[in-house]
Design a protein around this ligand. Sequence first.
Ligand code: SAH
Ligand code: DHB
Ligand code: MG
Length: 222
Amino acid sequence: MNGDDTRELLREIDAYVEDLFAPADEILEAALRDSRRAGLPEINVSPNEGRLLQLLVEIAGARSILEIGTLGGYSAIHFARALPDGGALISLEIDEHHARVARNNIERAGLSDIVEIRVGDAHELLAALAEDDEGPFDLIFIDADKESYPEYLDWSLRLSQPGSLILGDNAIREGSVIDPDNSSSQAMRECNERLAKDSRLSGIVLPLIRERIDGLAIARVV
Ligand code: SAH
Ligand code: DHB
Ligand code: MG
């Protein structure tokens, strides 16, 4: 099979899984539609990855979630829906326009009481969270600026506890992480290596089929 055929087969497999496990959902589709109309980049998690995130919340029994990078709230809606009664999600977003769109999408989903969006640079917001002794969080999802992933991993270790899950989106970046000369993936490569080697973490990088091939890093705090 040549490369194009393989890619087409991967796309069909992704669609097959999506049909089975991530059926059409008006609220999620409206969130994507309004995000597109508002000019947000279409870099949300895929429906199947969203489903995987929900399953991880359920398996971990997570009640408190911290998300770094809200965009239009597509992944946040998935997380919030998977939380049990009394659960809460804090999501950090640097762009006020993104945050506004996300708040509308989350309001329409009926999840405003569960989701709190904090606007600002995640570096500062994470420092403030730690300073104020917020957390520990049961699950942390890193999905903002890729060059800051190693720092976000440090904050995640600080804001979690044994048993917490730390997840990192975009761990494969179309395979660019396997090229040691690719400087744009240097931080992601470093992050993946730390997940593999840090004795405080037990993890894996799971390759995923999306528009492009990417992956999700999954680590449990030991
Ligand atoms: N989790 C979202 C996608 C997030 S895209 C989903 O799957 O639906 C990445 C987001 O991170 C963008 O909205 C971007 O504005 C935000 N971001 C980038 N750098 C940031 C920073 N330093 N602090 C906080 N948010 C940041
Ligand atoms: C892209 C995808 C993402 O999930 C993200 O967080 C940032 C960028 C991309 O495909 O370019
Ligand atoms: Mg992402």
